[in-house]
Design a protein around this ligand. Structure first.
Ligand code: DAT
Length: 160
């Protein structure tokens, strides 16, 4: 049975991990947090190691990848890309409660204001597969889960 690969990207704090893990559990797909892999690897080798490590899993399919960057993954890996978006006031509170202060906090808020990750995604993948999703409230989370579950089911029907 063929299964799709999904990329969930966006500024830190927008809710990638929350959505990605719940989606993986509901859809029976696997979940990879690339940020966590980064902590384990030497940064100079990071990108090469990540690509190497994930290549086999990605070619099997059924993987949800979560990362606050998207331009270094091979384009062929993903069937769909979701960019989560969060309004400043919500994002500010989330990052503050994560312990971010000063420049780090400002840089991340600016990253969201300038829609850096969305721009990166549309430059790196076919526009038709890149979708922005609001991620401000628990209702947004639930709606996103429902919509993506429907997309996964349809993809499985079309590709099996
Ligand atoms: P990321 O993985 O993008 O850094 P996260 O999943 O760790 O983000 O979420 C950051 C915080 O925000 C965490 O406390 C959970 C909360 N959160 C995530 N999505 C949310 C949503 N749609 N509504 C309200 N809070 C949300």
């Amino acid at each position: 049975m063929r299964r799709p690969n999904l990329l969930i990207t966006g500024t830190p704090g927008v809710g990638k991990t929350t959505l990605g893990k719940e989606l993986a559990s509901r859809a029976g797909l696997s979940y990879v947090n690339v940020g966590d892999l980064a902590k384990e690897a030497c940064l100079c080798l990071f990108f090469v190691q990540v690509i190497d490590e994930l290549e086999d899993r990605m070619s099997e399919g059924g993987v949800i990848v979560d990362y606050h960057g998207c331009d270094f993954f091979p384009e062929r890996w993903f069937h769909i890309v979701f960019v989560l978006r969060t309004e400043n006031s919500f994002l500010y509170d989330r990052l503050e409660s994560r312990g971010y202060t000063g420049k780090k906090l400002q840089d991340n808020i600016q990253c969201e204001i300038f829609q850096t990750l969305y721009e990166e995604a549309v430059l790196s993948y076919k526009k038709e597969i890149v979708h922005q999703l609001p991620s401000n409230t628990p209702e947004d989370l639930e709606r996103n889960l429902d919509q993506i579950m429907q997309w996964i089911e349809q993809w499985m029907k079309d590709n099996n």
